[in-house]
Design a protein around this ligand. Structure first.
Ligand code: 13P
Length: 258
């Protein structure tokens, strides 16, 4: 069995304070019996971060934000600084998600500035990269595309402390309702090329997780047939019991679901 796995969820623009409390109650109860070298992280909408931090204090659940600005203060109406996230106790921040790249025109350069600012503020970073549908199946072009995303996002990062950076490979063609269900074989090649690129860029061992239409049915094969260090789950982790089932099935504590 793989060790030291990371399982995370991005709530996107979902959940309420009440549902969040049910979720944290269920997941933190599960964490008491979880192998201690696994890491669980959750990215709620900003207003729920203080509640989650309070309700999960001392449990080891990593609570992060879904975005931040690259400046630490200033005239940026509607934005949130990494310094403020750090001060309220957030542990990490998700940057480079495909939905932000597409819907909010975030470029690799913008994401690079955010990654640098967040790490300097003392936050951990979950950096998303991934190719769109036009590159699906084109291995050489996909490899170059992912290398470019990584090179720009990480170019201002001289050194990374252990556990401060996680890379999430989320191919755009697999994300969300309407996304194509991923086959382990087709993500395996991308994951190993990301691993090679990262090894050339930073000394630390950076966990690489897979995200995009992870389900109870495919979690185990994605985990066991690729070099992934974990799974990053969207809509199928909003129900805490399903999130736990996906984890348990993937790591082999339950028999594989047909
Ligand atoms: P889905 O699991 O809903 O495809 O979303 C994945 C994702 O975007 C995680 O950031």
């Amino acid at each position: 069995m793989k060790r030291g796995l990371w399982f995370g969820t991005n709530w996107k623009m979902n959940m309420t304070p009440g549902l969040a409390r049910q979720w944290t109650d269920t997941v933190t109860a599960y964490m008491q019996n979880m192998p201690s070298d696994h890491r669980l992280f959750v990215m709620p909408p900003y207003p729920l971060i203080p509640q989650l931090l309070r309700d999960t204090e001392g449990t080891g659940l990593i609570v992060g934000a879904q975005n931040c600005h690259w400046e630490s203060r200033g005239p940026y109406t509607g934005e949130i600084s990494p310094a403020l996230l750090k001060e309220i106790g957030a542990h990490n921040v998700l940057l480079g998600h495909a939905e932000r790249r597409k819907q909010f025109d975030e470029t690799d350069e913008v994401i690079g500035r955010k990654v640098s600012a967040a790490l300097h503020a003392g936050l951990g970073v979950v950096l998303c990269i991934g190719e769109g549908a036009t590159l699906k199946g084109k291995q050489t072009e996909t490899r170059q595309f992912l290398e470019q995303q990584l090179a720009v996002a990480l170019r201002d990062i001289p050194s990374i402390q252990p556990e401060r950076l996680v890379v999430a490979y989320e191919p755009v063609w697999a994300i969300g309702v309407g996304g194509q269900p991923p086959q382990a074989e087709e993500v395996a090649d991308a994951l190993s090329s990301i691993r090679q690129t990262i090894n050339q860029m930073v000394d630390e061992c950076v966990p690489i997780v897979y995200g995009g239409s992870v389900t109870l049915q495919n979690g185990r094969s994605l985990l066991t047939k690729t070099e992934t260090d974990g799974l990053f789950i969207g809509r199928h982790a909003l129900d805490p019991s399903t999130f736990i089932q996906i984890i348990e099935t993937a790591v082999g504590e339950r028999s594989e679901v047909e």
